[in-house]
Design a protein around this ligand. Structure first.
Ligand code: SAM
Length: 287
C-alpha cells in the first residue's frame, strides 16, 4: 500500500543522490520543508561528525519496536516461536542478535514447553543491559555472532538457535561463514526475516525506501524525532551507503538459498505477518 504524502518524490530523489553520490543536494532540505520527518532526521545526521549505527541509541530502537505496526508483528513472531518450542521440545535455546528480548521474552512467556536454558548473543551493551534482569537461566554474551563463534568450544550444542531480524545486520560473506560454523553446534536453526521486494530499477527502489521509511516515522507521534533520528535514519543510511553499508536484507528465497549454501536443509518456510515494511517469514532449517 503506497503512503501518499507530498514529500515522497523529493525524499526519494534525495535518497537516490545520497546512495549514488553521498550528497543529497537541495532535495533533503526540500523534502524537510515539505514535512518529511525522515528528511529532517537525515539532514540532522549529516551535520554530525560521527557516523551513528542503528543500535547506538538503544532507547530509539526500543520505542520503535514497541509501537506502530511493530506490536502486531512481534505478537505474531513471538507466537510462532512459542509454537516452535512446543513442536520441537526445545531444551537448550540460543538467540542470536536478541536485542532487548522483544521477540524472545513473550515467546518464553506463552509457550507451554519452555526451554531449560536460554543463552543469548547480542553486541549492543545497552540492549543487553535492558534484557539481563529479565533473562531466565542461561548465559548472555555481549558479542557479534562472528566473535562468539571464534571463542566457542567444539562441544557446545543447542537444540534450537533462533535469530529474528538480526542476520540482516551481518555482511553476506561473514554471514555465510558464520552460518557454516554455527551448523556444528545446532540441531535446528530458525530465522525470521522480511521478504523484501526486488526492484526493477533504482528509481523504484528509492521511491519504495522513501515511502516505507516516511510512513514508519509517522507512526510515532511525539517520539517521531527520537525514533527517526536515533534508529530509522542510521538504518536507512546503512542501506544506502555503497561503500560501508550496514544492512543486507534480501528476499526470502535468497535466505533459503543462503541456508542451503551453508549446509542446512530447509524444513519449513512459514508466513508470519504482513508488516508494512514487507511480509515477515519464519524459516526452520535442519543442520
Ligand atoms: C532489528 S534488531 C532485532 C533484535 C531482536 N532479535 C528482535 O527481534 O527484536 C537486530 C539486532 O541484531 C544485532 N546485531 C547487529 N550485528 C550483529 C552481529 N554481527 N551479530 C549478532 N547480532 C548483531 C543488533 O545489535 C540488534 O540487536
Amino acid at each position: 500500500m503506497a503512503y501518499h504524502a507530498p514529500m515522497i518524490p523529493s525524499l526519494a530523489r534525495a535518497l537516490r543522490l545520497l546512495g549514488e553520490h553521498g550528497d543529497a543536494g537541495p532535495f533533503l532540505a526540500r523534502a524537510r520543508d515539505e514535512g518529511s520527518l525522515m528528511a529532517a532526521a537525515l539532514a540532522h545526521a549529516a551535520m554530525g561528525d560521527e557516523e551513528r549505527g542503528a543500535y547506538d541509541v538503544p532507547r530509539a530502537f526500543e520505542i520503535f519496536i514497541r509501537a506502530g505496526g511493530n506490536r502486531a508483528l512481534y505478537g505474531e513472531v513471538s507466537a510462532a516461536l512459542a509454537r516452535l518450542y512446543e513442536q520441537l521440545g526445545v531444551r537448550c535455546l540460543l538467540d542470536i542478535g536478541v536485542g532487548d528480548g522483544m521477540a524472545l521474552l513473550p515467546a518464553l512467556g506463552q509457550t507451554r514447553r519452555a526451554p531449560v536454558t536460554v543463552d543469548v548473543v547480542e553486541p549492543s551493551g545497552g540492549l543487553l543491559d535492558a534484557l539481563r534482569p529479565r533473562l531466565p537461566a542461561g548465559k548472555a554474551w555481549q558479542l557479534t555472532l562472528q566473535a562468539f563463534l571464534t571463542q566457542l568450544g567444539p562441544e557446545r550444542r543447542w537444540d534450537l538457535v533462533q535469530s529474528t531480524f538480526a542476520l540482516q545486520s551481518i555482511p553476506p560473506g561473514d554471514r555465510l561463514n558464520a552460518l557454516k560454523r554455527l551448523r556444528r553446534h545446532v540441531t535446528r536453526l530458525a530465522i525470521v526475516e522480511f521478504d523484501v521486494p526486488v526492484f526493477a530499477n533504482a528509481e523504484q527502489r528509492f521511491a519504495s525506501l522513501a515511502e516505507r521509511y516516511e510512513r514508519a516515522a509517522h507512526e510515532y507521534g511525539d517520539d517521531a524525532p527520537l525514533v527517526a533520528g536515533g534508529f530509522l535514519a542510521p538504518m536507512l543510511l546503512g542501506q544506502l551507503r555503497a561503500t560501508t553499508p550496514s544492512n543486507w536484507e534480501q528476499p526470502i528465497t535468497a535466505w533459503q538459498e543462503e541456508l542451503v549454501r551453508a549446509g542446512y536443509r530447509v524444513a519449513s518456510t512459514t508466513h508470519v505477518h504482513d508488516y508494512s515494511w514487507a511480509p515477515a517469514w519464519l524459516i526452520v532449517a535442519k543442520a
